[in-house]
Structures are given as C-alpha cells and as structure tokens.
Design a binder for this molecule. Structure first.
Ligand SMILES: O=C(O)CCC(=O)C(=O)O
Length: 270
C-alpha cells in the first residue's frame, strides 16, 4: 500500500498528512516488513525485536519529505503495528520516569511541573541541559539500545542519548521550543520515534511568532500527525529557525510515548 503525502489547508494550519486506508495501521511501508523471521503469528519478544532492529536496512526506507525555508523533515513508518505495540507495552512495563526536580522546568523564572513525564537514557555520563535543568542519562536497556542503533544507522548519525516523553492523554503536552541547546551537535538530525496515541506536531517559524507575526504570511505553520510506529527526522537547520510543539488535544484519550534520539557533543562528566 502506498502512503501518499497530501497537503491541504485547514482553518489556521497548513496540514501535512499521511493518508492511509481506513482501518489500516500505517505500517505496510515499514522496513521491518519481513521481520521478525517466521510466521506472523510468532510472538514478538525483546530478543526477536532487537534482532529485527539489527537487520534493518536504511536503504529500504520510503521517506516522505517536507521542505520549507530552513525546514527539512523526513517522515516514515519505522515499525509495523505489532512491533510498535510490543515496544510501547515493553516501555510501559519497564520505564521509570523522573520525578521531583527532574520533572520540573524553569518557565519565565519560575519552576513548573512538566505537563507530561520524562526520562533519558544514553551513553555513560551524559546529561542534557535544557529549560534550567540537567537530565542525566540512565544506562541503555537492550531494547532502547537496539532502537538507537537502528535509528542511528537509518539517519547515518551516531546518536548517544534519548529523551523519552510520556503523555498520559491529550491534556499532556509540550510547549513551543527549539531543540537548539549547546549540548547538541548542530550538524546532526534529531530522530523522533512515536508510539501510541497519534498526535499533531506543529512547527512554527521564528519569524511568525510574537512581535514577528508579520512573517506569518511568509512562513505557514506545518503540522504533522505523528503515527504509532513512525519515525520523524528533524534535519539541520530546522531547529535553528523553527519552533515545535505538541499541543493539547481533547480528542486524544490514549497515552503516547515519544523518543527523541539525539547526538550530544558535551563530554561525559568525570
Ligand atoms: O513528543 C514529541 O513528539 C516531541 C517532544 C519534543 O518536542 C522534544 O523532545 O523536544
């Protein structure tokens, strides 16, 4: 089945949608199509999943590309439904999210609880600094390392860190921000794997915000629906010019997990 790229206008946003047949899980285009080896009825296990990820060949990927002024996005379905279901359930059973100080961010000089849960995994000693906090990486689990290696191979980038966000439902969200922290290699993409509830992901150009609103007509917002099992690459220099957010959505009632694989350039602390 072909998942075509469709562009159409909505009231305020130019929506970039991935079309699919009703009732279909948008997974036929997944490069994991033929794995794990064996019958479709074979149970997916962590080992078979990690092995399947290890066999992924980035050349099989059918990307859908969105380009605008200093924006470059590549989108594909990475996992079929059953593998995406497996990874989602496995993360739900195993991930312990941060609490306390690591579950707060500094907004306009005040500490606020984040409207979602977050945690990070990565290479030893790495921490990611943003919004006034330093998020330390927990040691890789086999599944997260398998995903990181697969996504690294696909994106031709050696990622060393993943930030995991969990949204319990459509009231959880991420406000507009750029991923342009000094810890990040500016030449590397950020690879975003989404699982669970599909959610809108909105990009707005920096010249189309606040007092720069005059630029709105030049830079239309871009909205993507991030599907269960999808992979989005935010390629450079997108994060230098475009803000992104995951806005609240009343109709989204199921939980969602998002993993953003990143290449940190800071040296591990001693
Ligand atoms: O949940 C998402 O899809 C994106 C999260 C995000 O904006 C980020 O990690 O920078």
């Amino acid at each position: 089945m072909f998942y075509g790229l469709m562009k159409r206008s909505s009231s305020t946003l130019d929506r970039w949608l991935i079309s699919k047949k009703k009732g279909d899980q948008a997974t036929d285009g997944s490069p994991l199509e033929s794995v794990p080896k064996g019958n479709e009825s074979d149970e997916v296990t962590e080992q078979s999943m990690v092995e399947a990820l290890g066999r992924l060949d980035g050349r099989d990927i059918r990307w859908q590309q969105k380009e605008a002024s200093n924006l470059s996005l590549s989108y594909t379905m990475l996992l079929r439904k059953r593998e995406a279901d497996f990874v989602f359930a496995s993360l739900e059973n195993s991930i312990q999210y941060y609490s306390g100080e690591l579950a707060q961010i500094m907004v306009h000089g005040k500490w606020c609880p984040i409207p979602r849960k977050q945690v990070a995994y990565g290479d030893p000693g790495l921490s990611y600094h943003f919004s006034g906090i330093a998020i330390p990486a927990k040691p890789w689990t086999p599944l997260l390392k398998g995903l990181c290696d697969a996504v690294s191979c696909i994106a031709s980038t050696k990622f060393n860190f993943v930030l995991i966000n969990r949204y319990k439902d459509g009231s959880d969200r991420v406000g507009e921000h750029k991923d342009d922290e000094i810890d990040l290699d500016p030449a590397a993409p950020i690879a975003s794997v989404s699982l669970g509830q599909p959610r809108d992901f909105v990009f707005r150009h920096q010249d189309a915000r606040g007092r720069h609103k005059a630029g709105s007509s030049l830079h239309e917002p871009v909205t993507l629906m991030l599907e269960h099992g999808s992979l989005l690459l935010m390629n450079p220099p997108t994060n230098l010019f475009w803000y992104h957010s995951l806005p609240p959505r009343k109709r989204a009632v199921q939980p969602r997990i998002n993993l953003t694989f990143r290449k940190l350039v800071t040296k591990p602390s001693q």
